[in-house]
Design a protein around this ligand. Structure first.
Ligand SMILES: NC(=O)c1ccc[n+]([C@@H]2O[C@H](COP(=O)([O-])OP(=O)(O)OC[C@H]3O[C@@H](n4cnc5c(N)ncnc54)[C@H](O)[C@@H]3O)[C@@H](O)[C@H]2O)c1
Length: 362
């Protein structure tokens, strides 16, 4: 069954951001009635003196933080949304290890404020889309050399300092990561813990607040519009900015970290599909391209697209960040089953679009 989003009033927190701004435009294309974008225009993402994107008619923007409960509740009550999309968040995994309170306040208290504010609205069932993250799995599911599943231990800083970036189990066996779908949460960074807490808060409040939770766990989203100035998030934007500035790309660890890069428009389509579905989503849905790519391979592809020589312009540094994981890739079968969604943009096409956009904005 398809829920009509035509004529609906949709609140999008974080709607000025990378994913949010494209989602807002897509929702208007789909005939959404009115959209309220609630966003703090975070300077780390948008720079100083930032303005809201130039949205089409039907979109109203309010500058405010989800940390400001009174302001958020006022905006909620004045707008009375039919659908809530919660994207606003601090998003840097590495940064979250140092800025613990800041990440908890924005991501956890911010979500709590939103849920509490919904309690002031006239009661009716409201779909609530939450942009969660693959990071909640930590290292995620792994198999031993004999192919049997085995639990990955958290990688040790002292081993990584000595250049050993493998994932081990308790028996000392080197493990191989496998694709994940709604696996066991085991967050290894503060950011990941806050994203898991967002999910839990939503589930805790769903029934009393009459919310219909639609939780999507995104892999590495990339594409045009991702902040080129934020040094804490978006590895492909960071690489692109470095390449266009003539720099050499620094590959962390041994360059063998694996990621699942999913193009932003595919993610936006998944969000729309999740909002249109009228059946309850009984589980969180993993959203990725479903293809594993090493950081070395994606960096080489990006350099080639930019006309640079990968041999000359990338180097393995051995540096590492606490909280980073070795292997991430989604099993997208549940997304196909529950959302009738599949990614459409190949990595090469997506990277080309990213580079074209970055060249225009540099
Ligand atoms: N981009 C990815 O690879 C990725 C992966 C997994 C999950 N996610 C999640 O998707 C969501 C959107 O991410 P994005 O990549 O578009 O990030 P983004 O930084 O481009 O957008 C986030 C938006 O939230 C706003 N914001 C930040 N703190 C706020 C606050 N306290 N109050 C109000 N607004 C605030 C920012 O100004 C920004 O416009 C986030 O919840 C993020 O955790 C993103």
């Amino acid at each position: 069954m398809v829920r009509k989003i035509e004529s609906m009033k949709i609140l999008v927190t974080g709607g000025a951001g990378f994913i949010g701004s494209r989602l807002v435009r897509k929702l208007i294309e789909f005939g959404a009635g009115e959209i309220l974008v609630y966003d703090s225009l975070h300077p780390q993402v948008h720079g100083d003196n930032a303005a809201f994107p130039d949205f089409p008619d039907g979109v109203t923007c309010v500058r405010g933080s989800v940390e400001d409960a009174a302001n958020l509740t006022n905006a909620l009550v004045a707008f009375d949304p039919d659908i809530v999309v919660h994207l606003a968040a601090e998003t840097g995994t590495g940064q979250s290890q140092d800025e613990i309170a800041r990440y908890c306040t924005a991501n956890v208290t911010g979500t709590a404020n939103l849920l509490q504010g919904i309690g002031f609205l006239p009661p009716r069932i409201r779909p609530f889309l939450l942009s969660s993250s693959r990071s909640i799995y930590g290292e995620g599911p792994h198999v031993a050399p004999d192919g049997s599943p085995s639990r990955a231990l958290c990688r040790r800083a002292d081993a990584m300092q000595n250049g050993d970036f493998n994932v081990y189990d308790a028996k000392g066996r080197v493990l191989q990561g496998v694709r994940v779908a709604d696996g066991l949460p085991e967050p290894l960074s503060v950011y990941a813990s806050t994203k898991l807490m967002q999910e839990q808060l939503l589930l805790n409040c769903a029934e009393p607040k009459r919310l219909d939770p639609r939780i999507l766990r995104f892999q590495n989203v990339y594409g045009p519009g991702q902040s080129l100035r934020n040094p804490y998030t978006g590895v492909l934007s960071i690489f692109t900015a470095q390449i266009l500035a003539g720099k050499t790309i620094d590959l962390y660890e041994d360059g063998g970290m694996v990621r699942d890069f999913v193009f932003v428009d595919d993610v936006v389509d998944a969000c729309v599909a999740a909002l249109q579905g009228s059946e309850p989503l009984k589980e969180a849905i993993d959203i990725g391209a479903g293809e594993d790519t090493t950081i070395r391979a994606v960096a080489a592809e990006l350099l080639t697209i930019c006309g640079a020589d990968p041999q000359q312009r990338m180097q393995v540094s051995g540096r590492f960040r606490p909280g980073d994981i070795k292997y991430a890739c989604a099993d997208i079968a549940p997304a196909k089953r529950h959302l009738d969604w599949a990614p459409r943009v190949s990595l090469n096409t997506g990277l080309q679009l990213l580079v074209d956009w970055a060249r225009g904005s540099a």
